[in-house]
Design a protein around this ligand. Sequence first.
Ligand SMILES: [Zn+2]
Length: 118
Amino acid sequence: MDKIKQQIIELLEFPAFKMQGQLQLDDCPHSGFYNANDEQCADCFQGVECLFVGNTESISSCQKKAFDRLISQLKIGIDYIDVNLQPNHRSRRRCYCENCSWLERANATLITAEKLVK
Ligand SMILES: [Zn+2]
């Protein structure tokens, strides 16, 4: 179980890094650190990305976080990378770009992880 946890934590770095690159923080009073007590954060259009980056950091620093939290975080990451994929990457032929390779690894890890929690 520990090995797959480590795998998920490593996988989460990729979407977190991508999201961090896309965050526009000029108008953010918290410099990108999601604040659960601030209503502005709940309504923020970047809420999902910001929360993901923050959660990934806290999960990585505390590796004892519940396994199902890691799995749901991985699912958000997969959705994010998938949604941002250009249509030509969805063709049936295998693509080796960093996004598609990551998705393949992430989906395989997700399947393994979900079998473990059943
Ligand atoms: Zn691709």
